[in-house]
Design a protein around this ligand. Structure first.
Ligand code: SF4
Length: 214
């Protein structure tokens, strides 16, 4: 174990106390389909921006059945203010079609089946699993998690899959869903890719990359 991996219980306890409202995705949704669509739309886009477009989109097209036969251009009026909206619109329609044809109209609740859907990688699938179904088969790793894990655990890789595998060995399974959002909260707050504000960080006494002298 390296870095603060040995102190994982303490790390999680402090993060939960510091960011109690950020243990789940901030993307607005009221069912697994809405979360799946919102998460696909959130790649390279802020959650706030996604939340601005989804209410209109979900009102007009509330389920996979209502989207499965659309042409991508029919979704553009609803999605065009998010990055790479053409590609995302195409993937949402293809995912809706597959859900209709292969999964009886229901968003699947396993990592294996979710990652079969177009536009759905391990990160999106893990977010949907944890936040829509309360299940965890892995840990969603985004760019904030990569930054924080590299500093806190002294990993030396940007490979999300390798970071996920290593974190799954130290983070208790019951926290696999939480740890993503807690690391994102820390990453946005004090441990950004550009700067680290260690003097304000609640982990500065256990983090081996802390700039605060012990
Ligand atoms: S102490 Fe500094 S480097 Fe370590 S997690 Fe906190 S902000 Fe990041």
């Amino acid at each position: 174990m390296g870095g603060a991996e040995k102190s994982i219980a303490l790390v999680l306890r402090r993060l939960k106390r510091r960011y109690p409202d950020e243990m789940r995705t901030s993307l607005s949704h009221s069912n697994p389909w809405e979360l799946l669509v919102a998460t696909i739309l959130s790649a390279q886009t802020t959650d706030a921006q996604v939340d601005r477009v989804t209410p209109r989109l979900f009102k007009r097209y509330p389920n996979p059945n209502s989207i499965a036969r659309l042409r991508p251009s029919q979704l553009y009026p609803y999605t065009r203010s998010v990055n790479i909206y053409r590609n995302k619109s195409r993937n949402i329609i293809k995912a809706a079609r597959m859900i209709q044809e292969d999964f009886s109209g229901k968003v699947p609740d396993t990592l294996e089946k979710l990652t079969m859907l177009p536009g759905v990688g391990r990160k999106t699938a893990n977010v949907v699993m944890a936040n829509a179904f309360g299940k965890s088969e892995g840990i969603a790793i985004d760019t904030h998690c990569i930054t924080v894990a590299n500093r806190l655990f002294l990993y030396r890789t940007k490979d999300a899959k390798r970071i996920e595998e290593r974190m799954m060995r130290v983070v208790p399974k019951g926290d696999w869903g939480n740890v993503t959002h807690l690391f994102i909260a820390l990453g946005r707050d004090v441990c950004t890719a550009r700067n680290k504000y260690c003097e304000r960080c609640i982990l500065n006494d256990v983090c081996p990359s802390s700039a605060v002298k012990k």
